[in-house]
Ligand binder design. Structure first.
Ligand code: PLP
Length: 226
């Protein structure tokens, strides 16, 4: 499908320096991922553990799989062996299960802390205070098989560009605060995952290092038939 190829190239051409593109392939068939893979894309994002596992089993092994959705602790086992970044850590409980499963696989799994900055109640994520508690808990300090490399957040689904920009600024500010309070010596803490098809350009202007783009590459998702 030439159209996905063309869209990928268009998105890739607008990426800022040092910004990585995560092609969000959730609900899309393996054949679509193969098209985008053959065009050179290697990082793909999924938001369901079983769907990610099934796609990982079939597709080339040099794909880096990013988990971007709400992750239930009991599903971590389906992705722990190969996932390259989990964007959506929002509790100590989840983090300790990721640590436990990573240890079983003799891996260290990179994670981002997800923050809630949007207006919508439905969006998952921590507040700064909750993250501060997590990062100073003895549970966290004992975990050897996870590494927190940054933060993630989603803006409100709105046409109000000022509001979106404001929410991205908030995420960047949280990143800066955490960096100076908890990760001062840690060069690995450097990622800011924000921006989707409709707002990734704004997100890059506000400091995003990882953009998660689905429909602008793969086309609209049809949840009814998937
Ligand atoms: C689906 C999804 C995306 C991609 O959304 P598009 O609007 O299709 O680009 C990005 N991030 C998360 C967390 C998602 O669930």
């Amino acid at each position: 499908m030439d159209i996905m190829n063309r869209r990928l190239k268009e998105v890739a051409a607008t990426l800022g320096k040092g910004v990585k593109l995560i092609a969000v392939s959730k609900t899309k068939p393996v054949s679509d991922i193969e098209v985008v893979y053959n065009a050179g894309q290697r990082i793909f994002g999924e938001n369901k553990a079983i769907e990610m596992r099934d796609k990982h089993q079939i597709l080339p092994k040099d794909i880096q799989w990013h988990f971007i959705g709400h992750l239930q602790s009991n599903k971590v086992k389906y992705i722990a062996g190969y996932v390259s970044l989990i964007h959506s850590v929002d509790s100590v409980k989840l983090l300790s299960e990721i640590n436990r499963q990573a240890e079983k696989c003799q891996r260290v799994i990179d994670c981002l802390l997800q923050f809630h900055v949007a207006d919508e109640e439905s969006k998952f994520g921590l507040s700064y205070e909750e993250a501060a508690l997590l990062l100073s808990s003895s549970d966290y300090l004992q975990m050897k098989n996870i590494r927190i490399v940054g933060v993630m957040g989603m803006a409100t689904h709105t046409g109000n560009e000022l509001q979106i920009r404001d929410e991205f600024k908030k995420i960047k500010e949280i990143f800066n605060q955490l960096k100076s309070a908890y990760f001062g010596q840690d060069d690995n803490f450097k990622e800011i995952s924000m921006g989707m098809s409709n707002d990734y350009r704004l997100a890059m202007e506000e400091g995003s290092t990882l953009v998660r783009v689905g429909s602008a590459i793969f086309g609209e998702r049809n949840y009814a038939i998937s």
